[in-house]
Design a protein around this ligand. Structure first.
Ligand code: ADP
Ligand code: ZN
Length: 729
């Protein structure tokens, strides 16, 4: 007799899905997208139903339990998970597990659905006799369905009164799945949509046509800083919603984009459109709530960081990727996907419009537009005809300042203070100093787990490792030579903040970096103070360059514009150009024009020159030539194999053996094995092998060989396959 068989993606490092027998009593519930508990060896594991079919169930183990009452994702997402799994060479069960919020994919049994009691006035007319009862009933009649929590906040000890009202039939009690989201509980200012500029209108017409066609189309929205890309997103999404579609908006980091979320809420919530914001500040329960309400189809717009690309949304009409050039769209560990690239894939599979927005598009994205692989929507001028800021270089070779700031930059800051305008100062390094050094013997202090120096924090009197969080108290005397001249070398934001404080004693100065914003809400508070004009000079890392719209900022200073250029990475020029253009773009967005000063030791570098001239095309032309010659993306594809383990000899041997057993392939270049730039990290030795190919298919065939050979890699050595790597440190 044929039985029902489920193909299950088990959340474990297995290469393929497994088949399980579906017991007759579970047949109705075992449908695609359902979460199950299944036996796996002598243990049990969580798995997700990919499909079910009739077949011969002989020898198959039965499904142990169904863990949810509704599917956690629509069946239409399953082919997407499969393609992502094949592309990134990651098991499909693990793909789905990383796609789901941890609380949803949890190994524990059923995630407890949070419920709450709801009270609502019934149809029954008339009045109860008690004064307290009267008061509460009148209040409930006015408010409609109200959670107990809110009643508790309004009335002291309401239970007896409520119970009596229910007993008398004036009020009904029900249970409801609780939905809370602190992000969405805050009030937003009302919004008046501005009339689109000509360029915005042109872009919107093109997008609207594509939406109407209901087939996949991708666009690069290339808009200079302050050109009003967000307005295009808002209107394009409104357009999609009118056609009964839903929208997905990806942002680099949700905690850093309170302004953008606010604009979406202001635009859409008054018309009753539900927005879900997936962000790291959510508790497990809140995340689970948000996920399930998306899966139930209650939400029209999902906003989130990279993992939101997996949101269980049906009928996706448009996927917007804001600041598409951002490296944070790439997951650096485990399932190493790039959400920007998956957005294109998901859009393709769903027949949706994909809109990639940036002032500094990734080279590959711009190349695609040049080759007509995607549409190109330029916004070349700022909204309200505001000019782009003027950018000047300060040649540090001539100025040689004593501290971090040249006299020209100091003078500009002074002037801005006198005018009562705001300034930003970028130094892309946290802490007080990148290291301590003994002035007598030259000794520095390194992390015992990682091959890097410890960052010095003066305020906390600590030396910290930014990779593994190792911490130590700085020594009074040098442990090597006993000398007492142990001093900080170089500057980070903490030191810069101090320096600026002593240069401008009357100024209101604040700092924005990972350290000063670690506390929940701290970043948003800084943004609010900036917007309210309560800060004169904001010192910070690249965090200050990210998408903010502070109309009061008229001066931007970059302390060390060369910093990004000196990283050992073929993308260093692109990174530098992007960072400089983005941070410059924060200046002069309001009524007063902006001015930008870059301090540099290499003023002739083309990335700097292009940033000075707001010249993306010029930068692209130079950069793309180098990439073409060297076969780097977009003219070639990379896969990085990273071997790591505690035992350095074993790691080295495993890498050499695997490389030695790979067949020669004229289409694939094998570089390495070689130590990673960070050769030791968190106590592990790291060795990499870079695969480079001009075309994808041979590279992927080559990876099939790697998959076979990796079975011979000893357990003590981990091998991570990073397809389209971004960070190769
Ligand atoms: P971008 O993301 O391209 O840097 P924003 O979307 O933040 O730019 O827009 C910059 C500023 O211009 C915002 O304050 C926005 O409200 C305003 N703006 C955008 N479009 C228009 C428009 N059509 N008319 C007037 N102001 C606009
Ligand atoms: Zn460390």
């Amino acid at each position: 007799m044929p039985s029902r068989i489920a193909s299950v993606a088990v959340a474990a490092p297995l290469e393929t899905p497994l088949s399980y027998l579906v017991p007759p009593e579970l047949e109705e519930k075992v449908t695609p997208g359902m979460r199950l508990r299944v036996p796996l060896g002598r243990r049990s594991a969580v798995g997700f139903v990919l499909e079910t079919a009739e077949g011969n169930g002989e020898g198959l183990k039965p499904v142990a339990a169904v863990l949810d009452d509704v599917p956690l994702f629509p069946a239409s997402l399953i082919p997407f998970f499969r393609r992502a799994s094949a592309y990134y060479r990651h098991p499909v069960g693990e793909v789905i597990r990383s796609a789901l919020p941890a609380s949803v994919a949890s190994d524990k049994s059923r995630v407890r659905t949070l419920t709450e009691k709801i009270y609502e006035a019934s149809q029954q007319s008339g009045e109860p006799s008690g004064a307290k009862q009267k008061e509460m009933l009148a209040w409930l009649r006015e408010r409609g369905a109200t959670p107990l929590g809110e009643i508790n906040r309004r009335f002291a000890a309401p239970h007896a009164v409520l119970a009596r009202l229910c007993e008398l039939g004036y009020v009904c009690e029900t249970m409801r799945e609780r939905r809370r989201d602190p992000f969405l509980d805050r009030p937003v200012a009302p919004d008046t949509p501005p009339e689109p500029t000509e360029e915005q209108a042109e872009a919107l017409r093109t997008i609207s046509q594509a939406l109407g066609a209901q087939v996949y189309a991708s666009f690069l929205l290339h808009g200079v800083t302050g050109s009003g890309k967000t307005e295009v997103y808002l209107r394009a999404i409104a357009d999609a919603l009118r056609a009964e579609k839903r929208a997905l908006l990806l942002v680099p980091e949700i905690a850093l984009t309170p302004q953008l979320v606010g604009r979406f809420r202001a635009r859409f919530e008054k018309s009753g459109t539900r927005i879900a914001v997936l962000h790291s500040g959510l508790s497990d329960g809140e995340r689970y709530d948000a996920w399930r309400s998306i899966a139930r189809g209650e939400v029209s717009i999902v906003i989130g960081a990279r993992s939101a690309i997996f949101a269980p949304l049906c009928d996706v009409g448009i996927i917007v990727v804001d600041e598409e050039h951002e490296g944070s769209y790439k997951q650096g560990e485990g399932f190493r996907y790039n959400a920007r690239d998956l957005a294109l894939l998901r859009g393709q599979m769903a027949g949706a419009v994909v809109l990639l927005g940036s002032a500094t598009p990734g080279l590959t994205t711009y190349y695609r537009a040049q080759e007509n692989l995607s549409g190109y929507l330029p916004l070349t001028v700022r909204a309200l005809d505001r000019p782009l800021p003027s950018v000047e270089l300060i040649d540090l070779r001539n100025e040689r300042p004593e501290g971090s700031l040249s006299s020209s930059l100091c003078a500009a800051l002074q002037q801005n203070l006198e005018r009562g305008e705001q300034s930003l100062l970028l130094l892309n390094r946290r802490g007080f100093a990148p290291y301590l050094i003994c002035g007598d013997c030259g000794r520095t202090f390194r992390c015992p787990n990682c091959e890097i120096t410890l960052t010095y924090y003066q305020g906390r009197r600590r030396m910290l490792c930014h990779y593994c969080d190792y911490a130590e108290t700085p020594p009074e005397v040098c442990p090597g030579c006993g000398g007492d001249d142990v001093r900080p070398e170089g500057s980070g934001t903490e030191r810069l903040e101090d320096e600026v404080g002593s240069l401008f004693p009357g100024a209101r100065i604040a700092r924005m970096d990972r350290d000063s914003t670690a506390r929940k809400g701290a970043h948003e508070a800084l943004v609010a103070r900036m917007s309210a004009g309560e800060i004169d000079i904001l010192v910070g890392t690249q965090m200050i360059a990210k998408g903010h719209d502070f109309p009061g900022v008229t001066l931007v200073g970059v302390v060390n514009a060369d910093q990004a250029l000196n990283l050992p990475d073929f993308r260093s020029a692109e990174r530098a150009f992007t960072l400089l253009t983005q941070v410059a773009g924060r200046a002069g967005r309001g009524q007063n024009p902006g001015r930008v000063l870059f301090q540099t030791w290499s003023p002739e570098h083309y990335a700097l020159q292009a940033a000075v001239g707001h010249d993306y095309r010029g930068f692209y032309a130079q950069e793309v030539q180098m990439r073409r010659e060297l076969g780097y993306p977009p003219f070639g594809f990379l896969v990085n194999l990273v071997f790591s383990g505690v035992d350095a000899a074993k790691v080295g041997r495993a890498a050499s053996q695997l490389v030695g057993s790979l067949p020669a392939d004229p289409e694939v270049e094998v570089l390495g094995p070689a130590p990673c730039p960070l050769a030791r990290l968190r106590g592990k030795t790291r060795v990499q092998v870079l695969l480079k190919g001009r075309r994808r298919p041979p590279l992927h065939r080559f990876l099939d060989q790697v998959d076979t050979l990796r079975r011979c890699v000893p357990k003590a050595v981990a091998l991570a396959v990073d397809v389209d790597p971004i960070e190769m440190l």
